[in-house]
Design a protein around this ligand. Structure first.
Ligand code: ATR
Length: 297
């Protein structure tokens, strides 16, 4: 798999290069080509990772064409993560539970397998930022696809008490009952009011924001952290800005914090390994490289 030629700053591919993609609409904002491109160059892999702009009504044709074009796989980003469930040949348990596919792996048999690496990515980033995290109660803000992945990750990590707070309370109730029916094992999930009251945060070991609030261009997340034990970790999946107002306030109160860039980086590792044959690391240099990309460099 190695064999890409690097001369000065020029990296060439051979005719045997492995090719993967990110499929989105639009796709131009995706940071995944920068991320995988870093790892490909860093490890001298004879491979490429390309952005493919695919309209929603062309998704099935595009995905079904991948094995014929020799692709080893792809990531799926907005708005395709749910639509791909009915297109691929098989769906992993995690993807089924989360209700979305973010990674396609094409086998030597030409079959397209759909996975979701967001839960494992979130857990790895949480454990990297808060080593030894082993809490039992977590409060999740939001009830969309990201909240599902975070909830699945936490259940896998022995969290037994999931409190879900969402602006549209009905979605919080639906996510809680989905988890209780299919994914929570011995854990219990329940909806709590939006926004959480200080008393809802008592006893929590983790508060995690999965909504878009706090992101550049979105509204602020206004939440009183009184009630949250000082030992509780605070995590945000928003990474623009990296230090969201929620994380700033949490850090000022002395909480351990976990920013959103870690999930983006860690969720990508499994796909890279499946496509290119080696498991890449998340390093400080990679974080700097991605932050420079976020700042438009
Ligand atoms: P994703 O798959 O990234 O989680 P999503 O399914 O669109 O995206 O979910 C976005 C989440 O952010 C939802 O929980 C949404 O709340 P609603 O279910 O009420 O829409 C939340 N969100 C977005 N904008 C919000 C706002 N202005 N105030 C509160 N919550 C908001």
């Amino acid at each position: 798999m190695s064999g890409a030629v690097t001369q000065g700053r020029v990296r060439s591919l051979t005719g045997a290069a492995r090719v993967a993609a990110v499929i989105g609409w639009p796709v131009s904002h995706s940071l995944s080509p920068r991320l995988h491109g870093y790892w490909l160059a860093r490890h001298g892999v004879d491979g490429a990772y390309v952005p493919l702009a695919v309209r929603p009504d062309s998704l099935a044709q595009a995905v079904r064409a991948l094995p014929h074009l020799g692709f080893v796989g792809a990531n799926l980003t907005l708005p395709h993560k749910e639509g791909a469930l009915d297109i691929v040949d098989s769906v992993s348990d995690a993807a089924r539970l989360i209700g979305a596919i973010n990674t396609l792996i094409i086998g030597s048999d030409g079959l397209i397998r759909g996975h979701n690496t967001d839960a494992e990515g979130y857990l790895a980033s949480l454990l990297e930022a808060v080593p030894g995290f082993d809490g039992r109660r977590a409060v999740i803000l939001g009830a969309g696809g990201a909240a599902r992945a975070v909830a699945v990750a936490l259940v896998e990590h022995r969290v037994t008490d999931l409190l879900i707070s969402n602006r549209t309370e009905q979605r919080a109730r639906e996510l809680a009952s989905h988890l209780n029916r299919h994914g929570a094992g011995s854990a219990a999930a329940r909806a709590i009011p939006w926004p959480p009251r200080p008393s809802d945060l008592e006893g929590a070991a983790l508060l995690v924001n999965t909504t878009s609030l706090g992101m550049v261009g979105q509204g602020p997340l206004t939440l009183a952290l009184e009630g949250l034990p000082r030992s509780a970790a605070v995590s945000d999946i928003v990474y623009v800005p990296l230090q969201t107002p929620l994380l700033q306030e949490a850090a000022a109160r002395g909480h351990p914090v976990c920013d959103g860039l870690g999930m983006l980086l860690h969720q990508a590792r499994a796909g890279f390994e499946a496509w290119f044959g080696l498991c890449p690391d998340v390093t400080e240099d990679l974080r700097r490289h991605m932050l420079a990309g976020l700042q438009g460099e």
